[in-house]
Ligand binder design. Structure first.
Ligand SMILES: N[C@@H](CCC(=O)N[C@@H](CS)C(=O)NCC(=O)O)C(=O)O
Length: 215
């Protein structure tokens, strides 16, 4: 079984866990602390960000989007890949908006105390402007492509969820993008989110391996 190094709250690690879940694959999950990374992780991936997936043939995948692709190439019971392949350049553009400018403003909003010269609310509003571009793409079925979750949902909703969590009241009452709210809400209410947010103890060498997902 592949081994997934993960950190529960990390939106990129959530991508990987969602992909394992939606592809009906299985892996061994090793929950880590970013403040105390296990040497086993650093040895296979010196950049040591999570998620990292170690395949049974020894190959190491160090980027969340690549882990997603690996999962769905192996198994794709919900047919995510055909839509992904068909709209690849649009999907990549949206993901780049989220991983680039949106994440930049999100960090300065969420961790405003770490950025002394940055204004929290200004950054919240800038991130909101980025979301406006996505709001316009959501269709009447509350999704971007077709009428069901897609690869794109798994890739970006974990980061939009993080944005919501900084100030849930503001998001629910004053965030202007109504379609984004509905779209996020579908995700928040999904079984998938419950499964991927299950808590596991921090892994250390010698522990019994934990299979993921636990259904
Ligand atoms: N581009 C990477 C980003 C992963 C990332 O930045 N993960 C964060 C946690 S959310 C991390 O591991 N940071 C390293 C650290 O805090 O030491 C991916 O998509 O996998």
């Amino acid at each position: 079984m592949p081994v997934l190094y993960s950190f529960r709250r990390c939106p990129f690690a959530m991508r990987a866990r969602l992909a394992v879940y939606y592809s009906k694959n299985e892996c061994v999950i090793r929950e880590i602390l970013l403040s105390n990374k296990p040497t086993e992780l650093v040895e296979i991936s010196p950049k040591a960000t999570v998620p990292v997936m170690l395949l049974s043939n020894g190959l190491v995948i160090e980027e969340s989007l690549e882990i997603m692709e690996w999962c769905f190439k192996k198994n794709d019971p919900y047919n995510f890949m055909p839509i992904y392949t068909q709209h690849k350049s649009d999907i990549k553009k949206i993901i780049n908006l989220i991983d680039g400018p949106f994440k930049y403003y999100l960090d300065r909003y969420k961790y405003s105390s770490r950025y002394v010269n940055e204004d929290k609310i200004k950054n919240r509003n800038k991130a909101c402007d980025v979301l406006f571009e996505i709001e316009n793409k959501i269709n009447d079925s509350h999704f971007i492509f077709n009428n069901k979750s897609s690869y794109l949902d798994l890739a970006i909703l974990p980061l939009i969820r993080q944005y919501m969590l900084v100030d849930r009241d503001w998001f629910l009452t004053s965030m202007p993008h109504k379609k984004i709210k509905n779209w996020l809400n579908n995700f928040l209410e999904s079984n998938a989110l419950g499964v991927v947010m299950m808590k596991f103890p921090v892994w250390k060498r010698g522990d019994k391996e934990q299979v993921f997902p636990l259904l």
